[in-house]
Design a protein. Structure first.
Length: 455
């Protein structure tokens, strides 16, 4: 038995060899690692051992685990050849453009990732995957800087798929759409899932919004001023047609921050008679300001953080989303508004407890004016007539209280004496003139490539 025990302790015994093998795994201690994202690896994978690089005993991880994490971030956060369009590659390699940074893996690791002074850098560089050094055509692999403005933006591609899905595949029960919109708008929320203050616009009592109605004749105009809260309120559900933000049967209150804008938005033509009124919050309105999306600051991430590149792409996409939401309906295309309607419904359900509606630019005014759409729950109006109404002003308007025993209380009140009457005398048309037919029918992508000459 004693002989057997001595054999068990011999260096050639499988269990002893296995222990020696484990002890020989190269380890890195936390003190030899500078970047914060890499230090986090020690929280979940750390173990007491001797450091290969400084020789001290302390909290360590296997060097392979740290190196693999860095290689994964290179693959995730740095663009490769397939991430550039043919146009961008042509500019770089055929025209000699330097508008996109180009480097090999050594520069990427040492300078872009700022690891050149780390004690383990030589081992990190020597162990890079082969495809990081040599591509499929046996050429040196190149990496490209990507701040989200490359032509192949992640979220632009996902938006196209989202639009296609809601048009032709799953319009109502679309889990893919929910996940996409959760990802897009995640930049707007705090860690506590509330909207960030910079995207919330507050309109307080006394500040004015405007709403307008067409009047076919004097009788209809008298009906409007006789019941301002009802007539300027949202369209009855059974009459609600498909609008930019709402489908048939869903009624929301569309208004504007300028009286001139609401006159343009109702598509009035020369000779029309229009009645408009000012509205003001009873206390205050909180609105998600879509015009502020491009001002949201993304999280402070580095190339060594998971999601760094995705965050940059999302930030750039959010800056363009407001234009997609405001784009006019294409002629004879009943599906044009489906995507914006789905987004509106998502925002209503996701953020309805924080805001009462949305702010977006008016395309009818060339984005000079500003529109507001309130969620259905916040769309009811109230009205308090003036103490001494002008008897020559037409029918005496009936009062409508803010409280409502059968539903949500009113958020807005029509400003007394704010009703105005308009006869549309002319419609101003603004157009961009091009010298060539190509400028007129040029795609947005080519227009962006060619720059100000075709703007």
């Amino acid at each position: 038995m004693a002989i057997c025990c001595e054999r068990d302790k011999s260096p050639t015994h499988p269990q002893t060899a296995k222990k020696n093998e484990i002890r020989e795994v190269p380890m890195i201690c936390v003190d030899c690692v500078t970047p914060a994202p890499l230090k986090k690896l020690f929280d979940t994978h750390g173990a007491e051992a001797d450091c290969r690089y400084c020789g001290r005993h302390g909290q360590t991880i296997e060097s392979k685990r740290l190196f693999d994490y860095v290689y994964e971030r290179v693959a995730e956060n740095v663009a490769g050849k397939d991430d550039l369009s043919h146009y961008e590659l042509g500019l770089l390699y055929e025209c000699g453009s330097d508008f996109i940074a180009v480097s090999d893996i050594g520069i990427v690791l040492s300078e872009w990732f700022d690891l050149g002074e780390e004690p383990y850098f030589d081992d990190l560089y020597d162990g890079v995957p082969r495809e990081f050094s040599i591509d499929d055509e046996t050429n040196e692999t190149h990496f490209y800087g990507d701040d989200g403005t490359l032509e192949q933006n992640f979220y632009e591609e996902r938006w196209k798929k989202f639009v296609d899905d809601v048009h032709y595949k799953h319009r109502y029960f679309n889990t893919g759409a929910d996940k996409f919109l959760d990802s897009v708008f995640s930049l707007l929320v705090t860690d506590g899932s509330e909207l960030k203050p910079e995207v919330v616009r507050t309109i307080v009592q006394g500040e004015r919004l405007y709403r307008a109605r067409l009047a076919q004749n004097q009788k209809q105009a008298e009906e409007i001023i006789g019941d301002p809260a009802g007539q300027f309120g949202p369209t009855p559900r059974n009459l609600a047609s498909s609008q930019r933000m709402t489908p048939n049967g869903i009624s929301a209150l569309y208004c504007a921050l300028e009286r001139e804008t609401c006159l343009s938005e109702i598509r009035s033509i020369t000779g029309d008679h229009v009645v408009s009124a000012a509205l003001t919050p009873i206390s205050e309105l909180k609105l998600l300001d879509l015009t502020a999306l491009d001002r949201v600051v993304p999280p402070e991430l580095t190339l060594l953080d998971e999601g760094f590149r995705d965050s940059l792409h999302r930030k750039v996409f959010l800056g363009s989303l407001v234009k997609k939401m405001s784009r006019p309906k294409a002629r004879n295309d009943e599906l044009s508004y489906l995507s914006t309607q789905v987004v509106f419904e998502y925002l209503r359900l996701r953020f309805g407890k924080y805001v009462d509606g949305l702010v977006f630019p008016s395309v009818q005014t060339g984005e000079v004016g500003t529109n507001v759409v309130l969620f259905p729950e916040a769309s009811r109006l109230s009205y308090v007539p003036p103490a001494n109404p002008d008897p020559a002003g037409g029918p005496v308007p009936k009062a409508v209280p803010a409280d409502n025993p059968f539903g949500p209380a009113a958020k807005l009140v029509i400003v007394a004496d704010s009703i105005r009457f308009h006869k549309v005398m002319a419609i101003e048309t603004k157009a961009k003139e091009y010298d060539h037919i190509y400028g007129l029918f040029m795609s947005e992508l080519n227009r962006k490539r060619l720059g100000p000459i075709f703007d």
